[in-house]
Design a protein around this ligand. Sequence first.
Ligand code: ZN
Length: 173
Amino acid sequence: MSIRPLVILPDSKLRLVSEPVPSITDEIRKLADDMLETMYDAPGVGLAAIQIGVPVRMVTMDVSKTEAERQPLVLVNPEITWASEEKRTYEEGCLSIPEYYEEVERPDRVRFRYMNLQGETVEQEADGLLATCVQHEIDHLNGVLFIDYLSKLKRDRVMTKFKKAAKREGGHP
Ligand code: ZN
């Protein structure tokens, strides 16, 4: 396992639409291990493969509160199959947009389907933080970021801030 560098805003990779995973291979299992290690190290509750620069439809999540209760979830090719009409507002953050938090409204409950690392199709329902997290992470697979739900004014402000920071570090053009 290894910790991989995170892709940070305004890197254009974050806007890519990731490709489906055809089957579970050793390479995919290794990627899942690296994603989990990177996520726990950050620390974060969710990570999409594109956030470490790999454009495949894979997500890791763990919304448990302590290390002792760890419940890692690896979702391959996840999709939302149902969303409640009731909404809920959560303050979201993103490992690719460090130290920026803003309230986002999303469906309160969702049902989602994915393939696990055994190659089985699983369907699961979630509410609370897990529901928010799975929607946020699946958005990443479609090149969507949580700042896209904010007003244009707020989004422009955060983009300007991160563009300046990238310039200072001489990183992303
Ligand atoms: Zn994110």
